[in-house]
Design a protein around this ligand. Structure first.
Ligand code: HEM
Length: 387
């Protein structure tokens, strides 16, 4: 891929220095709601938070909602035809609109955007659409993938339900699953986002996460949405669930902890210096010639410039599970959206080679999927692919 990225612009110019303007554009997507993603309200519909050109739960709302359930399901044979999956998705979309509308009209009177329901499909269902230019949504094997059971990889249907109130998530998940007879659960995860600032939150290691996000063109994050034909308004989603060895991390001296990420924990100042949340300067060296952003740091390993990709939109959730008689398990449900799966795969492959963070992170489930284009009452969910 040779798409000019924010990073290439930075790298092509004044060496590795980071311009204030670039830092500003990075922050723009964090702070500003995306007008293009603003739902186009369906006539007479109160479920405007769900309807629109794109689905909710990708770049809107900002900040992302606090509680998330993600479910990866296997579809029964009975829906594995173009007609059957088309009808199923259309019905599911109706259910999504109704659930969001009823949350807004319910006793708690959720504000628009306080409940998001996002629907994605895996590669086998996508193939039923018989598109000439279907995007690849299958993940290759990464370090740790081989240890995963088959049903912890991939899936047919991906539901993400997020809300500010956990009980609303629970009720919504129950209602959706009840509408999917014959679908079998593969894996699922409950996650939370600590109170953050725009798209930035703190991950289970205590570091700010979500600082570097795609630049925007008139509020639309670049290289996230597919733009043409039946896939306009869709995006390629990736989820990887990592159990994180927080105990081992916290045993490291503080300076070494910062070195794992390439930023200071509290301030988020890059180890190369600058303002809090500024981009890292990968070329900066100490007087003795050592890179200030360590060679095995996450910021260096995940940097798009090395693998010539665009900036992915990251929207992860933390989790912590208690297990009777055993140590708690903390982790990150890493979720990203991009217009090409290689943005994720090339980054992950480089991280597998050089990132010290990967020694503290064990993948326990993973999948790539297509987030279907947005929908409303006149344009049912999935209709541009299966209609
Ligand atoms: C395993 C758990 C992970 C943790 C705890 C984690 C945490 C972080 C943190 C703290 C930052 C720096 C702040 C920021 O820019 O948001 C960051 C940056 C980043 N991460 Fe991760 N991350 C994880 C996994 C991943 C994965 C799996 C990918 C993609 C394959 C990824 C891609 C990125 C990218 C692209 C950046 C921005 C780098 C830059 O341009 O400066 N991360 N991550």
């Amino acid at each position: 891929m040779s798409v000019p990225s924010r990073r290439q612009v930075l790298f092509g110019g004044a060496a590795l220095a980071v311009g204030a303007a670039a830092a500003e554009t990075t922050r723009a997507v964090i702070d500003a709601p995306s007008p293009a993603a603003d739902p186009a309200p369906a006539e007479g519909s109160s479920s405007t938070a769900a309807a629109g050109r794109t689905q909710a739960g990708v770049d809107r709302p900002v900040p992302p909602l606090a509680h998330l359930h993600l479910h990866a399901l296997t579809a029964p044979a009975s829906v594995r035809t173009r007609e059957a999956i088309g009808a199923l998705l259309a019905g599911l979309g109706e259910r999504v609109l109704a659930l969001v509308a009823s949350a807004q009209a319910g006793p708690a009177g959720e504000a628009a955007g306080d409940l998001t329901i996002q629907v994605g499909i895996g590669s086998e269902l996508l193939a039923l659409a018989e598109l000439a230019d279907a995007p690849d949504v299958l993940l290759p094997q990464f370090r740790g993938s081989a240890a995963l059971a088959d049903d912890r990889r991939g899936g047919d249907l991906f539901l993400q339900v997020a809300a500010e109130r956990p009980e609303l998530v629970n009720g919504t998940v129950d209602a959706l699953l009840a509408a999917l007879p014959g679908f079998t659960p593969r894996w699922s995860q409950v996650g939370y986002r600590p109170l953050g600032d725009g798209a930035v939150t703190r991950n289970p290691f205590g570091y700010e996460d979500g600082i570097v996000q795609p630049t925007t063109d008139k509020g639309v994050p670049e290289h996230v949405w597919l733009t043409d034909g039946p896939l306009a308004g869709a995006t390629v989603g990736v989820v990887r669930r990592f159990v994180l060895d927080t105990a081992a991390f916290h045993r490291l001296p503080a300076a070494e902890q910062d070195g794992v990420f390439g930023r200071e924990r509290v301030s988020s100042v890059p180890l190369s210096g600058g303002a809090p949340r500024a981009d890292v300067n990968l070329g900066a060296k100490s007087p003795s010639g050592a890179y200030l952003v360590p060679v095995d740091s996450h910021a260096r390993a995940a940097h798009p410039s090395f693998v010539d990709v665009t900036v992915m939109l990251r929207r992860g959730y933390g989790f912590r599970e208690t297990v009777d008689g055993a140590a708690d398990r903390s982790g990150l449900l890493f979720i990203s959206y991009q217009d090409d799966i290689t943005v994720f795969t090339r980054t992950q492959q480089r991280m597998d080679r050089t990132d010290r963070l990967m020694e503290l992170a064990t993948p326990t489930a993973e999948a790539g999927f297509l987030v279907l284009p947005g929908f409303d009452r006149d344009r049912p969910l999935g209709s541009s692919l299966f209609g």
